[in-house]
Design a protein around this ligand. Structure first.
Ligand SMILES: CC(C)(COP(=O)(O)OP(=O)(O)OC[C@H]1O[C@@H](n2cnc3c(N)ncnc32)[C@H](O)[C@@H]1OP(=O)(O)O)[C@@H](O)C(=O)NCCC(=O)NCCS
Length: 246
């Protein structure tokens, strides 16, 4: 019986429906959480690869123009139809490869800094913190806050990620609210964040928490990117800056 209910919950997750799971508890990170936190962070980040490579294409008409120009040029040079037929597949492979490459670089950078030493980076200073959300005794999500020294009393929400199997259960909202509570308790004037996600989930979540998009940077240079010519052709993202004044 219980197994049936769990299967139903799982199916609802897969279909993206809201499910009914026990209350989400958000608490500060402890060292035993590290492997789960790193896993959730890694998996959330890797979801950005197809998001950037494929969904992102619809948001960058300039890239489409460039790929069309490349196709025309190839045809003019080779006069070969099968080359033209292969080009869309080559473009998609290139976009996937370079998105993965850049996002991997970003992840390695994060692991060699804050996400590799969560205790030292986030937990030993009053200006930062990392929390985990717990559902049914298991770590289901992660979020962090770091004071922005140069940004007039702002704190940055970072590393928001929820385990794929625990989505649409209010975990993201609970984590976001924890950062807002922290910011209010520490007298910050605003909470800021940035995202290069194209998927609706992150944007809807931040808007639901009360954030508004204040700026969009086109052609954003992701930390960890090398900026080679091929990377510039196949990897292009928009960075949305969100802000919530307290
Ligand atoms: C974005 C993310 C953190 C949302 O976490 P979550 O626990 O599923 O969010 P919640 O259940 O609290 O949902 C809050 C609101 O966000 C929006 N939302 C969440 N998932 C959504 C989806 N797949 N599609 C559309 N809206 C979505 C809804 O408005 C939702 O409210 P509702 O359920 O009442 O309609 C999660 O999808 C995730 O970890 N994604 C991968 C990593 C990522 O993108 N991180 C953010 C990078 S900046």
């Amino acid at each position: 019986m219980e197994q049936k209910a769990q299967k139903k919950d799982h199916k609802m997750h897969q279909k993206g429906h809201k499910c009914e799971l026990p209350t989400v508890v958000v608490r500060e990170f402890t060292p035993v959480d590290k492997p789960e936190v790193q896993r959730i962070f890694y998996e959330g980040l890797m979801e950005m690869v197809p998001d950037t490579a494929f969904r992102g294409l619809r948001h960058h008409p300039e890239s489409l123009v460039l790929y069309t120009a490349m196709t025309v040029l190839c045809f003019a040079i080779t006069m070969c139809w099968w080359v033209i037929g292969l080009l869309p597949a080559i473009v998609l492979c290139g976009r996937y490869f370079y998105s993965r490459h850049v996002i991997h670089g970003y992840m390695e950078r994060a692991m060699s800094r804050d996400m590799g030493d969560i205790e030292g980076f986030y937990m030993n200073s009053p200006d930062s913190c990392l929390w985990v959300a717990v559902l049914e005794g298991k770590v289901a999500g992660v979020v962090a806050a770091v004071s922005q020294q140069n940004s007039g009393g702002a704190v940055e929400l970072q590393r928001m990620s929820v385990d794929r199997n625990c989505r649409r259960c209010g975990v993201g909202v609970a984590l976001g609210r924890k950062v807002l509570e922290y910011a209010a308790a520490h007298n910050y004037s605003s909470v800021v964040l940035g995202t290069t996600a194209y998927a609706l989930a992150a944007h809807q979540l931040y808007q639901r928490l009360g954030f508004r998009c204040v700026r969009v940077t086109d052609g954003y240079v992701t930390p960890g990117a090398r900026g080679s010519l091929l990377e510039m052709i196949f990897y292009r993202v928009r960075h949305h800056h969100y802000r919530l004044d307290l």
